[in-house]
Structure formats: structure tokens, C-alpha cells
Design a protein around this ligand. Structure first.
Ligand code: NPW
Ligand code: ADP
Length: 527
């Protein structure tokens, strides 16, 4: 989902606080009916999109819909949505998973609109019912904001049956089985074609965007939420291409080769010269300012990009406004010393790959520092860091990724380190303890060796540029890092899907070759 605009998502408790006065001020169930109408509208679109042989698409009139109805207001949304679908001429079936607790007024509305109501006694009966009904669309109205844990027995079984039948599912608010705040996907979770949410995005919509299908936000008149102390509620942001384009650094008339921010890169080894080339070339492609390279791969780096200024030891590199260290540089004993020197520099430092392993093995080199430190681990490197700096967070990644990242940042903060952690993956998390971002790459083409080296070079160039007077000057570090992440994702998509043979695999060099085009693209979006 590399989208144009920024998305903001909130904790369930803050959303409930923002929702309450709106619901209270409105006539009974008016907000719920508005939400249900939006769900029904998407369900109709899903039915119309179904291909019927010899025809242009599916017909709503006469098609069937079934909704799995849970015990709370999420079930109420589903029942009102069925009533709406019945009025479009659909044959609708409410499948009550907790018959005694189904929303009474919504159930009544569904019945009055002609809906059939089913109360399967056990998972087998539920399975037989769904197989018999074979609905054109199913609504997942089992649980929404009130979810806790994996879907209970009946609900968990339904997800498997619907998947087997190939039934398109529209999830009401949040796919059941996905935790609203952490985005953790429990076994037995519903896998929807589309998810319709209301008023404000929930954190799960960004943290588990790849599990929500097409995401739709329906307006129900809710304003920005506040925390219980009245301050603005904590938000999780996903920046879009327009923001990346607005903030991407461009030289102006007064700039020279230094003024936009020089980045120095310590990368590569005899064994991994490619990492040195990829990281430094990526930095060259990101801004117009100077890129310095330090390490044993001078010849390869200069053969690839002669404009790079190379040296062999960090102390002779020359001045830089940001440092990058780690890609392919090895983990030998001398690297700890080099790293300690880099960390002593009063400029932003990005540590990736081998530098993260060295840091985890030699935590004493990490002293108090005010200048930003950006750590860019993949899951394995994160675990190594967490074992050293935040043992309570180690092994958490399979579950609450955002919580684990925040926990590591907090531990580093308690040591006086101004850290931003970027956790890699299809959905990249970036957090400095105050501002958190979740960026879905939109495709997975960037999951290729060396693409992390490219990202490290890009982030270094952006952080160097942030030290200057340009558009990034007052931008918080995690947002600046997210800007680099967006352009990296757009470059991967362009390389794999628009250049050459669309849809053919790419290597990190192809991604690298598309950075210029990606910058042009996001700048054009920003206008
Ligand atoms: N207020 C309004 O007007 C508006 C509200 N809106 C809608 O209301 C929704 C929130 O409704 P809600 O607060 O009733 O919670 P909800 O998500 O239905 O879940 C609670 C029930 O689920 C059950 N349950 C929990 N975990 C479960 C699991 N793993 N597997 C199975 N069941 C599980 C739990 O059972 P219990 O633990 O009590 O046994 C409890 O009974 C929100 O998401 C939005 O859709 C919109 O219409 C906008 C206007
Ligand atoms: N499933 C995925 N979809 C999209 N991007 C991914 C996925 N998995 C990893 N990535 C991205 O690919 C890059 C891989 O980085 P890394 O693991 O450090 O590899 P390397 O060290 O070989 O460069 C990172 O930018 C990461 O965010």
C-alpha cells in the first residue's frame, strides 16, 4: 500500500473515547447504521466484481450474503448491513455465533428486512450451513474493537471454511483474529478481501495492512482523539508518497557540494565488496551532496562511482554530517574500535547489518549520545540487539513487533542514547519512542539480498541532508527515515513492475538503478 496520502492510526481505547460523544449525541443506533451502510456498500461492490462467465460481472439482485455475527456492537454493524443488503434484493443470512447476545435492535431490523437467522449449535453445523449457503459474499462481524485473543472455537472454524470455499469476505472494522492494537494475527483469523472501518484507522490497519485486504475508511463524524489526560492521543503514522516527495531534499541556488550534507559510509570487506558499492552508490543517487567511502573496497566503489571520495580509515575520512556503518563490513575485533570512533562523532549515525552484531557483542562502545543513532535491524539482528540491551523484548517479534521496537528504544533511551529503531520487513516499523511509523512496502520485491545495504545508504544521505537548511531541517528523525523507506519501496516497485519485463524478479542493483526515477515520481506526486 504505497499510498499518496498519510494515514494515522490509534489505540482502541483512544478511539472509543473519541467515538462515545458522537454516538451519544446521535439518535439510537444512527452511527451504527451509518457504519453498516458503508459495509453493505463495499459488499455490493465485491459481489459486482465477481466474474460470471459470459457476463460482465456479478449481480447484486438475487445474490446471497451471509454474516457471521458476534456478541457485541461489531455484530450489530453486521446485522444492520444485512438489512441494507436485503433491501438491495439480496438473500441475506445472519449466522449468530452467540445467539443470546446478538444486538437486539439490529437483529430485529435484519429480520424485518427479510433476513433469515441461523443458530448453528457447533462448528460442524456451522460448516454445513456455510457449505449449503455458499454466499456470494460473507461479512465478518464476529468481533472488532473489543477483540481479545484468537477467534473462539466457532469463529475460528468459520475462517477456514470460508477460505476453502473461496468466499470473498468483507471484514467489519478489523478482521476477526487480528489484535486491534498490536496487529498480531492469531491462528484462525479471518482473511478478508476488504475491510471497512469507521472514522479513524486502528493500529492493526497499519501494523497488519497486508492481512486486511482493500482498506476502506467510512466517515462517521469522529474527530481526532485525545488521550485520557486530554493531550492528543498517541498515533502511529504511515506516510504516503506525497509527503516523501515534499520532504525529499533538492539543491537550491545557494548550495554547493558540501552544504546539502555530506555522508560518510563505512562498509564492505574483502568478502563483501558488493555491500560497499550498493550502500555508497545508493547515497550518491539520493542527494546531490558529497559521499565519502571508508573501507577496503575503494577500487570497486570508485570503479562503480568515480565521484565518491574514498579513504581507508575512518579517522581520515574528512568531515561528514552523517555516518553509515555496517553493510558487509565483517565483525572482526577491529570493527568494534572503528564503531566506537564513529559513535563518538557528534553527528547522526546509522548502524546496519554487521555493525548491529558488533554492537550487540560489545555493548560498552555505546555511550550516552545526543546526536541521533538509527539502528536498522532485520528480525534476526533485532533479536541479537534485544538480547543484549532489552532481554525482555527478545523473541517478541513473532507477536507484538511494534511493542518490541518501542521496548528496545526505551532501553536505549534509559542509557542516554537518542535512538531510532527501524525494524525491516514487508511492513517496516520506525520508532524513536515519541513518533512511530509503519510503512508497508506495497510489494515484496525489495526482499532481495543487498536491498538493505541500499536502504542504509539512502537513510545516511537523508540524515546528512536533515542537518542542513532544506525541507528536512525540522523534521523528526523517524519521519525523515520513513521518507527514505518510501522512496526505497517505490524504487523496488518501479524496477520490478514498470521497467524491463513487468513482474520479473529484480536484484538490489535494479532497485538502486530506480532510485532516481522513484525520487522524480514522489516529487511529481507532491506537485
Ligand atoms: N458504539 C457504536 O455505536 C459504534 C460501534 N461500532 C462497532 O462496534 C464495535 C465495537 O463493539 P463492542 O465494543 O461491542 O466490541 P466487539 O468488537 O463487538 O467485541 C466484543 C464482543 O466480542 C467478543 N469477543 C472478544 N474477543 C473475541 C474473540 N477472540 N473471538 C470471539 N469473540 C470475541 C466478546 O465476548 P466476551 O469476551 O464478552 O465473551 C464481546 O462480546 C466496533 O468494532 C465497530 O464495529 C461502529 O458501529 C461505530 C459505532
Ligand atoms: N517481505 C518483504 N517485502 C518487502 N520488503 C522486504 C521484505 N522483507 C524484507 N524487506 C526489505 O528488504 C531489505 C532487506 O534488508 P536486509 O535484510 O538487511 O538484507 P541485506 O543485508 O541483504 O541488504 C530491507 O529494506 C527490508 O525492509
Amino acid at each position: 500500500m504505497t499510498h499518496r496520502d498519510d494515514f494515522r492510526a490509534y489505540f482502541a481505547a483512544d478511539i472509543r473515547r473519541a467515538e462515545a460523544p458522537v454516538v451519544e449525541a446521535a439518535p439510537t443506533d444512527a452511527v451504527m447504521r451509518r457504519a453498516a451502510w458503508a459495509v453493505a456498500d463495499v459488499a455490493r461492490t465485491v459481489v459486482r466484481a465477481q466474474e460470471v462467465i459470459g457476463d460482465g460481472g456479478g449481480h447484486v439482485y438475487g445474490a446471497s450474503a451471509a454474516a457471521l455475527i458476534g456478541a457485541g456492537d461489531n455484530g450489530g454493524d453486521g446485522l444492520y448491513a444485512l438489512a441494507d443488503l436485503a433491501r438491495s434484493g439480496m438473500a441475506v443470512h445472519a449466522v449468530l455465533l452467540s445467539p443470546d447476545r446478538a444486538h437486539p435492535r439490529a437483529l430485529d431490523a435484519c429480520r424485518r428486512a427479510g433476513g433469515r437467522v441461523h443458530e448453528p449449535a457447533d462448528p460442524d453445523a456451522l460448516e454445513q450451513l456455510l457449505r449449503r449457503l455458499r454466499p456470494a459474499v460473507a461479512l465478518d462481524a464476529i468481533v472488532g474493537l473489543g477483540a481479545s485473543g484468537p477467534p473462539r472455537e466457532m469463529a475460528g472454524h468459520a475462517a477456514g471454511v470460508l477460505e476453502e470455499l473461496g468466499t470473498p469476505v468483507v471484514a467489519v472494522d478489523i478482521p476477526s483474529g487480528i489484535d486491534p492494537d498490536t496487529g498480531v494475527r492469531h491462528p484462525g483469523a479471518i482473511r478478508p478481501t476488504a475491510t471497512v472501518t469507521f472514522g479513524l484507522f486502528r493500529r492493526a490497519h497499519l501494523l497488519a495492512s497486508t492481512d486486511c485486504g482493500a482498506l476502506e475508511l467510512a466517515e462517521i463524524g469522529i474527530g481526532a482523539p485525545a488521550a485520557d489526560d486530554g493531550r492528543p492521543a498517541e498515533m502511529l503514522t504511515s506516510i504516503g508518497t506525497a509527503t516523501a516527495g515534499e520532504l525529499w531534499p533538492v539543491p537550491d541556488v545557494s548550495d554547493n557540494k558540501y552544504s546539502g550534507g555530506v555522508v560518510a559510509i563505512r562498509a564492505g570487506s574483502q568478502r563483501y565488496p558488493g555491500a560497499a558499492v550498493l550502500a555508497s552508490h545508493a547515497a550518491v543517487m539520493s542527494t546531490s551532496s558529497m559521499v565519502r567511502y571508508v573501507g577496503p573496497c575503494r577500487d570497486q566503489v570508485l570503479a562503480d562511482r568515480p565521484e565518491i571520495v574514498a579513504s581507508s580509515v575512518v579517522t581520515n575520512a574528512g568531515r561528514a554530517q552523517a555516518w553509515v556503518s555496517g553493510p558487509g563490513m565483517g565483525t572482526g575485533p577491529e570493527t568494534a574500535q572503528e564503531l566506537a570512533w564513529i559513535l563518538s562523532q557528534d553527528v547522526p549515525v546509522v548502524l546496519d547489518a554487521d555493525a548491529l552484531r558488533v554492537l550487540a557483542e560489545h555493548p560498552s562502545i555505546l555511550r550516552r549520545r545526543d546526536a541521533p543513532l538509527v539502528l536498522t535491524p532485520h528480525a534476526g539482528e533485532f533479536d541479537a540487539l534485544a538480547q543484549t540491551f532489552a532481554p525482555a523484548q527478545a523473541g517478541l517479534l513473532a507477536g507484538d513487533r511494534a511493542g518490541a521496537v518501542r521496548g528496545l528504544v526505551a532501553e536505549l533511551d534509559s542509557r542516554g542514547v537518542n535512538a531510532t529503531v527501524l525494524l525491516k520487513g514487508r511492513i517496516t516499523l520506525i520508532d524513536d519512542g515519541r513518533s512511530a511509523f509503519a510503512q508497508d512496502a506495497g510489494t515484496s520485491w525489495s526482499a532481495t539480498p543487498g536491498s538493505g545495504d541500499v536502504l542504509a545508504g539512502m537513510i545516511g544521505a537523508i540524515l546528512a541532508a536533515r542537518e542542513g537548511p532544506g525541507a528536512l531541517a525540522d523534521v523528526e528523525v523517524p519521519r525523515a527515515v520513513a521518507v527514505a523507506q518510501v522512496v526505497h519501496s517505490v524504487a523496488a516497485r518501479l524496477a520490478a513492475e514498470e521497467f524491463g519485463r513487468p513482474g520479473s524478479p529484480i536484484g538490489a542493483s535494479d532497485l538502486l538503478g530506480a532510485i532516481g526515477e522513484a525520487v522524480a515520481k514522489v516529487r511529481a506526486v507532491a506537485g
